[in-house]
Design a protein around this ligand. Structure first.
Ligand SMILES: [Fe+2]
Ligand SMILES: [Fe+2]
Length: 171
C-alpha cells in the first residue's frame, strides 16, 4: 500500500472539508445575490467551484494511491448573515482553518515518512497562501467600503479576475 490507512482516513476527512467549503461558498454567493451584489456573488460561485476541484484533487489522490474514498457527512453551511462583511469574515476564517487542516495533514505525512503525500500536499500549501490572501483582501476592501458596498462590487468587477488569477497555483 502506497499510503497508510491513517493518512487515507485523514484525507477522506479533508475531502469532506473541501466539499463543505464548496457548499458554504454557494450559500454565501446566493446570499450576496439576494443582496444585489452580483459581482461579489459570482466571485463566490466561482470560489465554490474551485473548492469542489480541491475535493476532487484529493479524491483522485486516494484512488491513485490505492485507497478507498469514504466521503464523510458534510455539515450544513451557514445560510444567514447579519451583514455582508460577516460573510466575508467567515470566508477568511474558513480559509485560515483549512490552512491549519492542510498543515496537520502534512505533519501526519511527515510523521509517517510518507513522502508521496508530502509531495502531493505541497500544491495545497501554496494554494492556501493565495486563498487566505485573497479573502483577506476582500475583508480589507469591504471594511474600507463600509456602508457603500457598491465600492466593493466595483473592486471585484475590476480586480476579481486578477485576485483569482493570483489565487490559481499552477499544476
Ligand atoms: Fe480548498
Ligand atoms: Fe479555499
Amino acid at each position: 500500500m502506497l499510503v497508510s490507512k491513517k493518512v487515507t482516513g485523514a484525507i477522506n476527512q479533508q475531502i469532506g472539508n473541501e466539499f463543505g467549503a464548496s457548499l458554504q461558498y454557494v450559500s454565501i454567493a446566493s446570499y450576496l445575490s439576494e443582496e444585489g451584489l452580483i459581482e461579489l456573488s459570482s466571485f463566490f460561485y466561482k470560489q465554490a467551484e474551485e473548492e469542489r476541484e480541491h475535493a476532487m484533487r484529493f479524491v483522485k489522490y486516494v484512488v491513485d494511491s490505492g485507497g478507498r474514498v469514504e466521503i464523510p457527512a458534510i455539515p450544513a453551511p451557514r445560510h444567514s448573515f447579519k451583514q455582508v462583511l460577516e460573510a466575508l469574515e467567515l470566508s477568511l476564517n474558513w480559509e485560515r482553518e483549512v490552512t491549519n487542516q492542510i498543515t496537520a495533514l502534512y505533519e501526519l505525512a511527515v510523521k509517517e515518512s510518507d513522502y508521496l503525500t508530502q509531495n502531493f500536499l505541497s500544491w495545497f500549501i501554496k494554494e492556501q497562501l493565495e486563498e487566505v490572501s485573497t479573502m483577506d483582501t476582500l475583508v480589507k476592501v469591504g471594511k474600507r467600503a463600509k456602508d457603500n458596498l457598491l465600492f466593493l462590487e466595483e473592486f471585484v468587477a475590476r480586480h476579481g479576475d486578477k485576485l483569482r488569477a493570483e489565487g490559481e497555483s499552477e499544476e
